[in-house]
Design a protein. Structure first.
Length: 161
């Protein structure tokens, strides 16, 4: 789908497009682009026309695309995406993709980590250790559940009195 571009803006020849066209191209809601504009104002900074419409330049569209890749595709938080973009730039995401040494650019909480972990988080070579940890966890949870059931019974008895 070809989206027409604005060719004249404030006397400057730009290849700018309105927010709605960019939202359609990226498959996002316009409100998401507006929110990202506030959070990533150094990356997504569309110009405003005389009538107040946001006009996205090519670099704004690429910035939004980079944020989309990091947040939606890679699962990063906005804060992690900002840190990653500060370190690698927009072209570090859109032009050459993610660096090979960062297979999973964020940890389980969505925070960006710039180095590979020294020790793998999970190693299938240690099933005995995992089985022991699972057994201990199960026993602990059963103990907690038992305590909770006893407490509930005591509370129910007090309510009846």
């Amino acid at each position: 789908m070809s989206i027409p571009a604005a060719t004249e803006f404030d006397g400057e020849t730009l290849n700018s497009r309105p927010i709605g066209d960019v939202a359609i191209e990226l498959g996002l809601d316009t409100q998401v682009l507006r929110y990202w504009e506030g959070k990533f104002n150094n990356i997504v900074a569309p110009l405003k026309s005389d009538d107040g419409r946001r006009m996205f330049r090519p670099q704004d569209v690429e910035g939004a695309r980079a944020i989309q890749i990091l947040v939606h595709d890679r699962g990063m938080t906005l804060k992690a995406a900002a840190a990653y973009l500060a370190e690698h730039g927009v072209s570090g995401v859109t032009n050459r993709g993610m660096p090979d040494d960062i297979k999973q650019p964020c940890d389980i909480s969505g925070r960006y980590r710039s180095e590979k972990p020294a020790v793998p988080v999970f190693s299938p070579a240690q099933p005995a250790v995992l089985a022991q940890e699972n057994q201990e966890s199960t026993e602990r949870l059963e103990s907690i559940l038992s305590d909770l059931v006893r407490l509930k019974a005591r509370l129910d008895a007090l309510r009846l009195d």
